[in-house]
Design a protein around this ligand. Structure first.
Ligand SMILES: CC[C@H](C(=O)O)C(=O)SCCNC(=O)CCNC(=O)[C@H](O)C(C)(C)COP(=O)(O)OP(=O)(O)OC[C@H]1O[C@@H](n2cnc3c(N)ncnc32)[C@H](O)[C@@H]1OP(=O)(O)O
Ligand SMILES: [Co+2]
Length: 141
């Protein structure tokens, strides 16, 4: 398996609106994308571009959101996960399983429209890690 680029850093927040204002007005973000809901993943998402990657702002969506647990421990929000790209999601899943890392659930469609999965933080040096298949040009993402 070949580790690709850092696609995004996931930041949990109680308010995407407030976080957008912070990244725009304090951090000088030049491009803030339109927020959108991902009900299947229990999140509202807003991407903020940086020159070499993206910030993925995540607000809980619905009772079962995985963000609720994080915000209960970190009410102001905080760094939630990192996401790396791979050329083949199924090859990557087999790779990490062979390394003994716990893959959380089956690959599913993520915020960029390609297959993703998560690796448990305890197997990743304490960092919740998302693996995402690199969008192909024809995917338009
Ligand atoms: C997919 C759409 C979008 C995209 O980019 O495409 C997203 O990124 S959506 C992001 C939100 N979705 C997820 O996070 C799914 C994967 N997450 C999970 O399955 C859970 O959050 C899990 C298993 C990481 C934690 O579950 P839960 O919160 O119920 O368990 P605990 O609170 O008991 O935590 C267990 C253990 O893990 C530590 N932990 C929890 N969250 C994190 C984190 N974000 N980063 C690092 N460590 C984390 C927690 O402290 C506990 O550690 P322990 O030493 O046992 O106390
Ligand atoms: Co993510």
């Amino acid at each position: 398996m070949q580790l690709g680029r850092l696609n995004h850093i996931g930041i949990a927040t109680p308010s995407i609106e407030a976080s957008v204002a912070f990244y725009r007005d304090v951090m000088g973000a030049q491009k803030v994308h339109t927020p959108f809901d991902l009900p299947a993943q229990g999140v509202k998402v807003c991407f903020v571009d940086t020159p070499n990657t993206q910030i993925e702002l995540l607000e809980p969506l619905g009772e079962g959101s995985p963000i609720h647990g994080f915000l209960a421990k970190n009410p102001a929000g905080g760094q939630h996960h990192v996401c790396y790209e791979v050329p083949d999601i199924h090859e990557a899943k087999a790779w990490f399983e062979a390394k003994g890392a716990k893959v959380l659930g089956e690959p599913r469609i993520g915020a960029h429209g390609t297959l993703i999965f998560f690796l448990h933080p305890r197997d990743m040096g304490g960092v919740l890690t998302e693996i995402m298949e690199t969008p192909r040009a024809e995917d338009g993402h």
